[in-house]
Design a protein around this ligand. Structure first.
Ligand SMILES: O=c1ccn([C@@H]2O[C@H](COP(=O)(O)O)[C@@H](O)[C@H]2O)c(=O)[nH]1
Length: 273
């Protein structure tokens, strides 16, 4: 999916919501555990109930890898279901990969060619040759971790190197990578106050913003400092949406949480006109 197709979807749905599919067998309603593939059954019900409210889904691969082959199969079925039934929805493999070039090439093949995701999250720590193999897929998007939502972000990402924070080096240096126009960046919603500075460096890039909901980030603050003329934001909520209810009404409850965020987003978009 191209960036302009994504922007078109945002305007069409009046939403820049990304729903995180962090599916945990310990948290899904117990009646689903009787199903042959409980993870996929849960995801399918969530997708069926919420697809009109969001423009992206983000399965975090850890939740699938944790269940071995059964987990990978559930991930494969989930992305297959999305691509077949909702090809207009942007898909993000939150896998946080990145290795020497030769190995990154294989990660890129796995997530872009085999699983057919539109994008993947990548850790920038190993530098240019670890990121460019993902960018070589010019019809896909590489989402670099820049300033993450967790407290540990302050251990390294905000440390000064030559008088400038490390996350700023990530943003600036990555702009020189081959096919950098296909880069997006992860910025935590809990770090909304940094977005003013971030937008000075990457005014036009799309930002994937996790941390609204369970981590306490504010949608209003993120929009205030981070929105650009193309919207430029994908705001993610995972647990706050998908675990809204432990009962048989879980999908309906998820849609209601997603709907509340979508309403807020529609208001933001209206105010921009
Ligand atoms: O900085 C980051 C990068 C990734 N994440 C991931 O996003 C979701 C957030 O889940 P919630 O349940 O809405 O808190 C999860 O998959 C994280 O691993 C992040 O939170 N922060």
């Amino acid at each position: 999916m191209t960036t302009s197709q994504l922007v078109e979807q945002i305007h069409l749905k009046q939403s820049f919501l990304c729903i995180g599919l962090d599916t945990d067998l310990k948290k899904i309603p117990v009646h689903l555990l009787e199903k042959q593939d409980p993870i996929f059954s849960f995801n399918k019900a969530i997708i069926d109930a919420t697809h009109h409210l969001c423009v992206a889904y983000k399965p975090n691969t850890a939740f699938y890898e944790a269940y071995g082959i059964a987990g990978w199969k559930a991930l494969q079925r989930t992305i297959g279901y999305l691509n077949e039934n909702h090809p207009e929805i942007f898909t993000i493999a939150d896998a946080k990969r990145g290795d020497i070039g030769n190995t990154s090439t294989r990660y890129a093949k796995a997530f872009f060619e085999d699983l057919q995701f539109d994008s993947i999250t990548v850790a920038p720590y190993m530098g240019k040759d670890s990121v460019e193999p993902f960018l070589a897929f010019t019809d896909k998007h590489t989402i670099l971790l820049a300033l993450t939502s967790n407290d540990g972000a302050y251990d390294f990402q905000t440390k000064l190197i030559g008088g400038k924070e490390l996350y700023k080096h990530v943003l600036e240096t990555s702009k020189s990578y081959k096919n950098s126009e296909n880069l997006m960046y992860v910025i935590g919603a809990t770090k909304a106050e940094y977005l003013l500075e971030i937008r000075k460096i990457v005014p036009d890039s799309f930002l994937l913003v996790p941390g609204v909901g369970a981590q306490g980030g504010s949608l209003e603050e993120v929009c205030k400092y981070g929105i650009n003329e193309n919207i430029g934001l994908l705001i993610n909520s995972s647990r706050g949406i998908i675990y809204a209810s432990e009962g048989k009404d879980f999908a309906h409850a998820a849609a209601s949480k997603a709907g509340a965020l979508q309403n807020q987003m529609a208001l933001v978009l209206k105010q921009m006109k």
